[in-house]
Design a protein around this ligand. Structure first.
Ligand code: UDP
Length: 309
């Protein structure tokens, strides 16, 4: 049994991780300011004896917390609408928030896990993306607020690791989807499902030939649990290497929703990456983990979640 402090635990990915850690018998305290997370994602854990939820903005110094074995930093707004509406909050959580997380981990001798992003590669010129690719990021563009906040966080963590007073793991999450995504967060999968179920036009940006590689949430959480068990420094890519065009995703979702929505082509947003696919060789070697869930199965489960009242 270990004690974990889970930052951003009311969000999409971290709330699934929280469920699994408690199932494994660990104790989890979540800090979340609910700017994009919601207590609803953790409602099933409310009366669990090993679970605690504290509403707290981690850009403020942590207060009155018991010592833990691991600090799991998964806090940040992360969707395209957030890049616009919460641009400064993203920069603050990826700088002051990460700084506070590191200082707290050091104060109790805890290991720190940091969830970074494939966005550190920007609009990549190398394909598929390996961890040692340095990226193609526009620091003054719309997405720059997220990309640079994660790049800065990685840098803060590595400086502390090199100084010898922090043990840490960094992983980079590629596109992930599944239950508990927000219907209105601007991402392709929830947008398309929401539109298809409501019979509204499905909004494909550009001609839809840009690609992404989508990982189902349960696979991703298995990967994160392997990181927690093995504690490699990383950075390691976590995602699914099955690459598909956005138009293909729109067509699949339309079919699984049995929708008669038309597909509507809209302008491509600035700095939208043209291709994205993780190179998993280093991850497979370090963790012995690989995603298993096929896109059709994962999308159908996600559609079922969005159909729930
Ligand atoms: N996208 C789209 N229609 C939408 C939302 C997104 O065509 O309603 C496109 C978006 O421009 C990008 C891709 O789908 O090319 C994936 O977008 P998402 O926001 O899900 O992930 P990210 O761009 O962060 O990888």
């Amino acid at each position: 049994m270990a004690r974990y402090l889970l930052l951003g635990g009311a969000g999409f990915v971290a709330s699934h991780l929280c469920d699994r850690l408690l199932t494994q018998g660990h104790r989890v305290t979540v800090l979340d300011n609910m700017v994009t997370g919601t207590p609803k994602n953790l409602a099933q854990l409310e009366s669990h004896p090993d679970f605690e939820l504290i509403q707290w903005d981690i850009t403020q110094k942590f207060q009155d917390l018991d010592s833990v074995d691991g600090v799991l930093h998964m806090a940040s707004p992360a969707s395209p609408t957030d890049f616009v509406e919460l641009s400064r909050e993203i920069l603050a959580v990826g700088s002051f928030g990460t700084w506070n997380a590191v200082e707290f981990a050091k104060s109790c001798g805890a290991w720190l896990m940091f969830s970074s992003t494939s966005e550190v590669y920007g609009d990549p010129l190398v394909h598929p993306q390996t961890e040692d690719y340095l990226g193609n990021v526009n620091c003054i563009g719309i997405r720059g607020v997220y990309d640079e906040s994660k790049r800065f966080s990685e840098s803060v963590i590595m400086a502390n690791v090199r100084a010898g007073d922090l043990k840490a793991s960094i992983f980079r999450i590629f596109n992930t989807y599944g239950p508990r995504m927000r219907a209105n967060d601007g991402r392709a999968v929830p947008n398309f499902i929401d539109q298809a179920l409501q019979g509204k036009p499905i909004s494909v940006h550009g001609d839809g030939s840009q690609t992404r590689s989508f990982c189902y949430i349960d696979d991703l959480v298995d990967g994160i649990l392997a990181i927690i068990e093995k504690r490699p420094l990383g950075p390691l890519n976590l995602g699914n290497p099955h690459e598909v065009s956005i138009l293909k995703i729109a067509e699949m979702i339309k079919e699984y929703c049995e929708s008669s929505s038309e597909i509507q082509f809209l302008p491509l947003p600035d700095d939208d990456p043209k291709r994205r696919c993780p190179d998993l060789r280093r991850t497979i070697e370090a963790l012995g983990w690989q995603p298993k869930i096929e896109l059709e199965k994962g999308l159908r489960k996600t559609v079922d979640f969005f159909k729930e009242p």
